[in-house]
Design a protein around this ligand. Structure first.
Ligand SMILES: [Fe+2]
Ligand SMILES: [Fe+2]
Length: 264
């Protein structure tokens, strides 16, 4: 059975060492096949933050899959932001901003939804372009067979009621339509530092909160998710930081019926 740990918004520069230790202890219990990290690896895209993040990634004893978030480009150095926004990411993390990984159990496609600027006031808002949407469909369709089909993108495709002051990723509706046709099973995201799931047009949307940074929203402690199962049934377990360790808060079960996921 496939086991994936979904961690997010690590925000090195604002990381909490005790919670990192707690994460490692919790991961050792489940020994995930893959750790997915859905962006905002750093707080301010500084060299020292990327260096600390690199040490963490190098010491992670599991395969990992990572995409960037809006905090991973500089918000203060405008020359860097507009002319070479991903230079540090590519130097310290990986040259590939949109990785694809597959085994005989799953295929996972990463999309970089962070932008240096946009035609909207909030530059932390993300976008998925028509070319990126097509890239997901083209990559997943020919390769997938019965593999679990995952998309990882930092920005949200759906927001809970208490987060509706944020925006969903730009071009969300087109993306969901195309992903549905391509048989995408689950979209993993972060950005808003809340943990939740929702089903949108038969696709599971699943968010992890900030896993070990102190950039916490009230009543949303540090969190990560454990996803187990296959293309027929999945369980998402919400792990929350409580009393100096990660504890299981809640598990949700999903089944796939006629190409649509349903919570059971
Ligand atoms: Fe974040
Ligand atoms: Fe973010």
């Amino acid at each position: 059975m496939l086991t994936i740990a979904h961690i997010s918004d690590l925000h090195f520069g604002r990381e909490v060492p005790d919670v990192i230790q707690g994460l490692m202890a919790a991961l050792a219990q489940v020994e995930p096949d893959l750790v997915i990290i859905s962006g905002d690896l750093t707080q301010r895209a500084k060299v020292e933050e990327f260096e600390a993040a690199k040490v963490f990634l190098q010491q992670l004893p599991y395969p990992y899959f990572i995409i960037p978030g809006n905090h991973d480009i500089s918000a203060t150095d405008m020359v860097e932001r507009f002319f070479r926004p991903w230079e540090k990411w590519q130097q310290f993390v990986t040259p590939n901003l949109e990785p694809v990984l597959q085994t005989n159990q799953y295929i996972v496609v990463g999309i970089n939804t962070a932008r240096a600027a946009g035609w909207y006031f909030d530059w932390s808002r993300g976008q998925i372009s028509p070319a990126q949407i097509q890239f997901v469909a083209d990559t997943i369709k020919p390769n997938s067979e019965n593999k679990l089909r995952l998309v990882v993108a930092h920005h949200p495709f759906w927001l809970p009621e208490n987060a509706e002051y944020r925006d969903v990723v730009e071009n969300r509706d087109q993306a969901i339509e195309t992903f549905d046709q391509a048989g995408v099973d689950i979209i993993l995201s972060g950005h808003i530092h809340m943990a939740y799931t929702q089903i949108l047009q038969g696709i599971i949307i699943s968010h992890a909160g900030t896993t070990f940074s102190n950039r916490l929203l009230e009543s949303h402690p540090n969190s990560f998710n454990i996803i187990t199962g296959d293309r027929k049934q999945l369980t998402i377990s919400f792990m929350e930081w409580q009393n100096h360790s990660f504890q299981l808060k809640q598990s949700k079960n999903f089944v796939r019926i006629s190409n649509n996921w349903q919570q059971v």
